[in-house]
Design a protein around this ligand. Structure first.
Ligand code: KIV
Ligand code: ZN
Length: 514
């Protein structure tokens, strides 16, 4: 079996999904989970795009030791210099530099001739190579580029120091047969191709991203790029978990394997879904809620007789059975700490106390506290921005009856520490809460989207709410979890508002930096 490198871009291309806005702490938590999943390379962001992205990439590069951390840069010295500042503390600093090579992009976007593009690419790869031990070059929109031109530019950038050549299907336009032919052609016609690894990066606009990635692997790609749950620009990227499981299940057909720890797939998928607010469709391959549910009588009968009749992937393989009852109301701090560490969370004393208090509060309401509940508590604690002045929910009460107009009364602490209380009504309980919060918050807030889901199963499962708001005209997303749906709804709303407040302070900080 030949090894294929996994290049995860959940934190860069994935974060470019509409409506997704992860903060630094959330990015770090996802990065730590990607490390546990065993990715070879993680693209932590685009450092030159903002101060916030720079800070997140730097913290991830300085924290993660188990894989190479990379960041994106356009082909210019400023982007490369900023990326170096963010990445130089990493275990294996790597730069991902790109320039478009298709006629459409060169003419209309770059307004450069093919020769100028080659010159720029070569100059910038050579410049990056003076700093970075590893430089990856991406020929943006490669699948709509001229093949002769690709062969030419690839040879030149390898000579300039690129050790990975990525051929992205930027607009999700290609087919398995076509991408296979391109990879073969490049392998057979670029004279120095043995000095580089070929990489494939596919978007899912026509629903073929995973198939295209597999075809590229069969034709010489030694690296696959993608995201967890397939999130990303427009229709998203190739879903890494699907590629890894396809290679594993169809070992008879593909002679390639990734080093991913397949048992970490479900937890990684859940974490990315929770923190981004992008729910996984029930029928999604490998990680969807229904991916292992057998509904028809004939199928159930077959499964009972012999599971392989209708089940090609076992839930255990991707970590779906790992949600056990782990701790109960009599569990002490020591057991809690030990279990947290088993799940990969090494909390400082202050955060440990906070997480333990949340756990204790939950055991008062919920019979069984599972791995998934604990994971949710621990990520919430780790991603809570403690240094920020914010709106905090102190107490609330909702009166609901089928013949009365629902009324919410809310006690809130404002960012300046003042406690305020108000009541208002709405058509439903959630609307009553949101109308009241709207009255208490000193900003113009509008709800754009509301999604409710549960963490785990059963009547006493935790509720999780994701909202999209505009706060003074700025888009913001927020999430909140609690055992009660209404409380989770209130937390999600305040979380979105607090994120915009924080972003405003970041913007001020950015101006000071410039
Ligand atoms: O899709 C794409 O072309 C990209 C590049 C930046 C690699 O994401
Ligand atoms: Zn992309």
């Amino acid at each position: 079996m030949a090894h294929v490198n996994v290049f995860d871009t959940t934190l860069r291309d994935g974060e470019q999904s509409a409506g997704v806005n992860l903060n630094r702490l959330e990015k770090v938590e996802i990065a730590k989970q990607l490390e546990r999943l065993g990715v070879d390379i993680m693209e932590a962001g685009f450092p030159a795009s903002s101060q916030a992205d720079f800070d997140a990439v730097k913290e991830i590069a300085d924290t993660v030791r188990g894989c190479s951390v990379t960041g994106l840069a356009r082909a210019n010295k400023r982007d490369i210099d900023i990326a170096w500042e963010a990445l130089k503390g990493g275990a294996e600093p790597r730069l991902h530099i790109f320039i478009a090579t298709s006629p459409i992009h060169m003419t209309h976007k770059l307004k450069k001739s093919p020769d100028e593009v080659v010159e720029k690419a070569v100059e910038m790869v050579a410049y990056a190579k003076e700093k970075f031990p590893h430089v990856q070059f991406s020929a943006e929109d490669a699948l709509r580029s001229d093949q002769e031109f690709l062969v030419h530019i690839i040879e030149k950038v390898i000579d300039a120091g690129a050790s990975v050549i990525n051929l992205p299907d930027t607009v999700g336009f290609t087919t398995p047969d076509e991408i296979g032919r391109l990879f073969r052609y490049v392998r057979e016609n670029v004279p120095n191709i043995d000095q580089a690894i070929l990489s494939t990066h596919n978007h899912d606009d026509l629903g073929m991203a995973v198939s295209n990635s597999l075809a590229a692997i069969e034709n010489g790609a030694g690296q696959i790029e993608g995201t967890i749950n397939g999130i990303g620009e427009r229709a998203g990227n190739a879903a890494l978990e699907e590629i890894a499981v396809a290679l594993e299940i169809r070992k008879d057909r593909f002679e390639y394997e990734t080093g991913l720890v397949l048992k970490e797939i479900k937890r990684t998928s859940d974490l990315v879904s929770r923190l981004t607010g992008m729910q996984v469709p029930g029928n999604k391959a490998v990680v969807g809620r229904n991916a292992f549910a057998h509904e028809s009588g004939i199928h159930q009968d077959g499964i009972l007789k012999e599971s392989t009749t209708y089940e090609i992937i076992t839930p255990e393989m991707v970590g779906i059975d790992s949600n056990r009852m782990v701790l109960g109301k009599h569990s002490g701090r020591h057991a809690f700490k030990q279990k947290s560490e088993e799940l990969g969370f090494f909390l400082n004393e202050e955060r440990l106390k906070e997480a333990f208090d949340s756990f204790k509060a939950l055991t008062g309401k919920k019979k069984e506290v599972t791995d998934d509940d604990l994971f949710a508590i621990l990520t919430d604690t780790q991603t809570e921005n403690q240094d920020q002045a914010k709106y905090e929910l102190k107490a609330f009460q909702v009166q609901y009856g089928s013949i009365n107009r629902p009324t919410a009364t809310i006690l809130l602490t404002r960012p300046d520490g003042e406690e305020v209380e108000k009541a208002n009504t709405g058509e439903g309980s959630v609307e009553a809460i949101y109308n009241t919060l709207d009255d208490l918050i000193e900003a113009d807030v509008h709800l754009q989207d509301y999604q409710l889901s549960s963490i785990g199963k059963g009547r006493d499962a935790l509720a999780e709410v994701h909202v999209q708001l505009t706060v003074d005209g700025v888009k913001a997303s927020g999430r909140g979890s609690a055992q009660d749906v209404l409380e989770a709804s209130a937390h999600a709303f305040l979380n979105a508002v607090n994120r915009t407040l924080y972003r405003r302070t970041q913007e001020a900080y950015q101006k000071v930096q410039v």
